[in-house]
Design a protein around this ligand. Structure first.
Ligand SMILES: Nc1ncnc2c1ncn2[C@@H]1O[C@H](COP(=O)(O)OP(=O)(O)OP(=O)(O)O)[C@@H](O)[C@H]1O
Length: 116
């Protein structure tokens, strides 16, 4: 999928997220769905289908683009463009180390309306 220099950049509900480079030199992340546990395949499939369904319905300059999806028997992965500044979540929510949000309410509202 990507070259051999891929490395982990995070983990989410979906599983591990690795950064890699495609043959054309572009940076991407590969979200690899955790291997299904016994009887957990239905739940894992739902997570995968929900993520693909919601992201493929959304097209906006501030929302990440799904580039490819890979299905190989029970192994599933999603390939996204790499976002060097990390998750949008960081900019939307105020955490303990910050006193204010990085994105103003007006900007958040504008993005929400444009996506809807
Ligand atoms: N496209 C990306 N570019 C750069 N880093 C990313 C990208 N996607 C995910 N990451 C990193 O991997 C981490 C986990 O991402 P992931 O989307 O799997 O989970 P999440 O954002 O925590 O949401 P959830 O698990 O609730 O779906 C993020 O917090 C971020 O640091």
């Amino acid at each position: 999928m990507t070259n051999n220099n891929s490395h982990e950049v995070g983990r989410g509900a979906f599983g591990v997220v690795c950064k890699g480079k495609l043959q054309d030199g572009s940076d991407v992340v590969v979200k690899i769905l955790t291997e299904p546990k016994e009887n957990g395949d239905k739940e894992n499939s739902d997570v995968f289908i929900n993520e693909v369904a919601s992201i493929s319905k959304t097209a906006h300059v501030n929302v990440i683009k799904l580039l490819e999806l890979c299905l190989q028997r029970c192994r599933r992965a999603l390939i996204y463009e790499y976002m060097p500044k990390g998750s949008l979540e960081k900019f939307i929510f105020i955490n303990r180390s910050k006193t204010s949000r990085d994105l103003a309410w007006e900007k958040l509202l504008q993005i929400a309306i444009e996506i809807a």
